[in-house]
Design a protein around this ligand. Structure first.
Ligand code: PGA
Length: 248
């Protein structure tokens, strides 16, 4: 399966940051995987113009479940597609926590993304406390069931396993822990989607850097990465992309 490397810029990036995308365009290893950059809403249109005719695509970091209407401050999936986005990250833990997004809301956003022709990157992951209580598998399984709506398939959805305690902390689960969760996600996807569940890409996210990427990419059922901090500079992000080449 071709790996998917997605960069989540979060609330970072001004027009001047588009220079990083220009550098990335020229980086090596691009052909070996699919690359998505998810800048803030304000840069979607400009960055997608800039990446026309390249193999880097643009994604967004959230969308509203409705197509249009009286929702001050929100952006619909249709608007994102219109601005040039092809992907959207949904259910990121930072939104689950600070915007109180529950699984049902995430699922309704995924439906909206699909209607607009976007591929959803659906995030799941346990907190430190949940892992310490031995509930990681259960929490991830519940989030997955609740956040993946009918109509999802390998062509319109990827899953990102992002343990909350690994995001932006420099902490990374052990290879065994990643393998355990990813294989449980694969099993759940196969139960849910049949054969096609095998083709859904399952990304790992949480403190991925060039130095640990190759080891993580070699784990069974790790089909790419969702990268936060290390996606902000082309040099760091390109280091992660070239790690894909090391594992084939
Ligand atoms: P990080 O963030 O790579 O900075 O840990 C990952 C994410 O939140 O998607």
């Amino acid at each position: 399966m071709r790996k998917l490397i997605a960069g989540n810029w979060k609330m970072n990036g001004l027009a001047s940051s588009l220079a990083e995308i220009a550098v990335l365009k020229g980086a090596t290893g691009m052909a070996t995987c699919e690359i998505v950059v998810c800048p803030p809403f304000t840069l979607i249109e400009k960055s997608s113009q800039q990446l026309k005719d390249s193999n880097i695509t643009i994604g967004a970091q959230d969308c509203h479940p409705q197509t249009s209407g009286a929702y001050t401050g929100d952006v619909s999936a249709e608007m994102l597609a219109d601005a040039g986005a092809r992907y959207v990250i949904l259910g990121h833990s930072e939104r689950r926590v600070s915007h109180h997004e529950a699984d049902a809301l995430v699922a309704s956003k995924v439906v909206a993304a699909h209607k607009a022709g976007l591929t959803a990157i659906v995030c799941v992951g346990e907190t430190r406390g949940e892992r310490d209580d031995g509930r990681a598998l259960h929490v991830v399984g519940t989030q997955l069931r609740g956040s993946v709506p009918a109509g999802s398939s390998s062509s319109n959805m990827a899953i990102a396993y992002e343990p909350v305690w690994a995001i932006g902390t420099g902490l990374v689960p052990t290879i065994e822990q990643i393998e355990e969760i990813h294989s449980s996600i694969r099993k759940a996807l196969e139960e849910r989607l049949g054969e096609d569940g095998r083709n859904v890409r399952i990304l790992y996210g949480g403190s991925v850097k060039a130095a640990n990427a190759a080891e993580i990419f070699a784990v069974a059922n790790v089909d790419g990465a969702l990268v936060g901090g290390a996606s902000l500079t082309a040099a760091d992000f390109a280091g992660i992309i070239s790690a894909v080449g090391q594992v084939g």
